[in-house]
Design a protein around this ligand. Structure first.
Ligand code: PRX
Length: 662
């Protein structure tokens, strides 16, 4: 770090508030602070502003239909098509030669790709025609298990064009996880790839996808395989129902598929996410509300404009990539940057190299990445000219003031606002964050709720907490981007999200996202993290039950309890406490098998940091495992009162076993 940085850092250390930079405010999309009051007074009609960002075939009748709470409907009877909104309307407006996707592969000797709106539209058309030809009809769920290659957004938009919902399964998920998701969605079609590059080496993806397909309990009609690796491929032969992507697209080149008019409430996609039970939840998003929400938040929060180059480092396999790499930026006609690889390959300045090369206007990433950048040092961003950046964003987990300030200073040069955006797979898009041209920033706090979004922090009795107290984050008004239900499970939808704080008799419906939070006297919200049994590991949401199920399935294991422990860069890491069956020792081999089982059931990203063998697990008198206590043990925190345990002596035992493992 140069001396200048040191001085600047020292000067920032005591600062708790940052005003929006003047140069940013001058050109910002939203600068009128009256928007908060206006949206409050004019709710829910205020959300017409979001719908107006889209092209509709049929106008909607009602902004919000709340006659069947909590199954809200937005922009009722309106019809539209997401693929038309992300492609055709820009081409029709004469912007066909503008770059839609700027794709950067991981190998540095491979040419980057610039795909214009016109080119993207024609490939989407050709692939939509291919899917139709294979028999994909409206409302058939098409699963995608794909790395960060342009064919992924092409496939998503092709599905949207023909009204087939997509269900994208992050490429890092295991074969079992893919099969579980295809089974849950009754999905008969899969689009995948032969592989991709990771840290310089080709990685075999098709083998895993094929293993997953073997676990699907219904017949899979067709599989499309993108040849990403070419000569570096692993020589898999395609089965009879497997088709080469490039051949399909060239067969259908030049064909036009009219975008299907979808009802605003028709499903655009499904996304499986982790919950408290081992069974993933199929979050269902609707076409009109979701697309309006991601467009409006991209415009107001990320300040995206049509001539911007916007770079988000998420993976499209998660919700951030859906909303803020694909749908939001493309609906607004911007250039969205997609990068295949990791931030530190071949060197730790790869992302800054990309920002400089394409003069990115916005950069949106996760706190776990920022903590790594900070650890690597400011020399890496300093190697590059990052002056094109106008705004920085963060999402996925709480960010502490120190990494926030590092980001502001070393990436933003003190001239870009930082938006800390709180939201979830279920909310579709952002909910709590500062509006960058209006509100001051307070590092560590995401900010106030967006205009028209009613977030309150309640205590367990349902009363609003005082400023400075911690409580539970709750949402008191519906919003267009909200999930509509859990796929084929309305009951679980109501139970999971609407049962904790709603008063059904009084007709008061309150959405509970399962996050803890505090609020200050200016309504700035500090999100503390999940209050259910869900961990947040490097911004990835992982259910403790999913990991426990995988470990308990290992021969020789009797019981397992999994908790998230604090971790310097990952935010949280997976800690597993395991008891063995009679006669089975806690050996290195058993530990290895437990770890492998988690990788097989979920994926390497869920791998336990530590597997601690212990003679017993701490339990209450009624036999419930005391996870909270295990969390305190993992974090070396004060354990408080342990006398209510059925087996209080176990605590010391576990601590000793843990030291032995360290
Ligand atoms: O705990 C919150 C945390 O991430 C959870 C949602 O995870 P997922 O559905 O995978 O979506 C991640 C990307 C939107 C939330 O329940 N979270 C997300 N953003 C923030 C956050 N925690 C604190 N601050 C944030 N900005």
């Amino acid at each position: 770090m140069s001396t200048d940085d040191g001085e600047l850092e020292a000067s920032l250390e005591g600062r708790e508030e940052f005003e929006p930079p003047e140069a940013f405010v001058e050109g910002a999309n939203v600068t009128d602070e009256g928007i908060y009051e206006e949206f409050d007074e004019n709710w829910p009609e205020c959300w017409a502003a979001a719908a107006e960002l889209l092209d509709w075939y049929d106008d909607y009748d009602q902004v919000l239909d709340d006659s069947n709470e909590p199954f809200y409907e937005w922009f009722t009877d309106g019809t539209l098509n997401a693929s038309h909104n992300c492609l055709d309307r820009h081409v029709e407006a004469g912007r066909g030669e503008e770059v839609a996707i700027r794709w950067v592969g991981e190998p540095t000797d491979e040419a980057d790709r610039a795909i214009t709106y016109k080119e993207l539209r024609s490939e989407v058309n050709a692939f939509a025609a291919s899917l139709r030809d294979l028999g994909v009809g409206e409302d058939d769920v098409v699963t995608m298990h794909m790395p960060m290659i342009p064919e992924l957004p092409v496939a998503m938009l092709a599905c949207a064009r023909i009204g087939a919902p997509h269900s994208v399964v992050f490429a890092g998920f295991s074969a079992d996880a893919l099969a579980t998701r295809m089974n849950a969605a009754d999905s008969e079609y899969l689009v995948t790839a032969d592989g991709y590059y990771r840290r310089g080496d080709p990685l075999d993806h098709l083998e895993k996808a094929n293993d997953g397909l073997a676990g699907v309990s219904h017949e899979v009609s067709d599989v499309v395989v993108v040849d990403r690796l070419g000569d570096d491929g692993f020589g898999h032969d395609l089965a009879d129902n497997q088709h080469d992507y490039a051949s399909l697209v060239s067969e259908h080149e030049g064909e036009t598929v009219e975008p299907v008019a979808r009802d605003a409430e028709d499903m655009l996609f499904l996304m499986y996410t982790s919950g408290t039970t081992g069974e993933p939840k199929g979050v269902k998003h609707a076409t009109g509300g979701y697309l309006s929400w991601v467009s409006w938040t991209s415009q107001t929060v990320l300040d995206v404009e049509a001539d911007d180059t916007y770079f988000c480092t998420a993976d499209i396999g998660w919700i951030t990539g859906h909303s803020y790499i694909v749908y939001g930026p493309l609906a607004l006609g911007a250039t969205t940057v997609m990068y295949e690889g990791t931030p530190d390959f071949p060197e730790r300045d790869r992302l800054w190299e990309i920002v400089e090369a394409y003069e990115a206007d916005q950069f949106y990433t996760a706190p776990t990445a920022i903590r790594s950048f900070m650890k690597w040092g400011s020399e890496y961003p300093e190697r590059h000219d990052l002056s094109s950046l106008r705004l920085l964003g963060t999402v996925g987990e709480p960010i502490n003031p120190r990494p926030w300030k590092w980001y502001y200073q070393h990436v933003g040069g003190g001239e870009c606002p930082v938006v800390d955006t709180w939201w979830q797979t279920e909310t579709g898009g952002m909910m709590v964050t500062t509006l960058p041209g209006i509100r001051k920033m307070k590092p560590g706090s995401a900010g106030p709720a967006l205009p028209g979004v009613d977030v309150r922090i309640l205590d367990s009795a349902g009363e609003q907490v005082d400023p400075g107290e911690a409580g539970y984050l709750t949402v008191h008004k519906p919003w267009p981007g909200m999930l509509r239900t859990l796929y084929k499970n309305d009951e679980r939808f109501v139970e999971e999200y609407w049962s904790e704080y709603s008063d059904e008799d009084a007709g008061e419906w309150v959405y509970f996202p399962e996050d803890g939070a505090g609020i200050d006297d200016e309504d700035y919200i500090t999100v503390l993290g999940r209050v259910d049994d869900v961990m947040n590991v490097s911004g990835h949401r992982i259910g403790t039950a999913e990991v426990e199920n995988a470990i308990v399935g290992v021969e020789g294991v009797a019981e397992a309890a999994v908790v998230g422990g604090e971790h310097e860069t990952k935010g949280e890491a997976v800690y597993a406490y395991v008891t063995t069956e009679e006669g089975q020792e806690g050996t290195d081999d058993l530990r290895k098998r437990a770890v492998e089982s988690v990788e097989d059931a979920i994926g390497p990203f869920a791998r336990p940091e530590e597997v601690v063998f212990t003679p017993d697990l701490p339990k209450t008198r009624s036999g419930k495992i005391m996870r909270r206590l295990l969390e305190d043990i993992a974090n070396d925190d004060d354990l408080g009162d342990t006398s209510t345990l059925r087996n209080p002596g176990i605590v010391e035992d576990i601590q000793q076993h843990e030291q032995a493992t360290d």
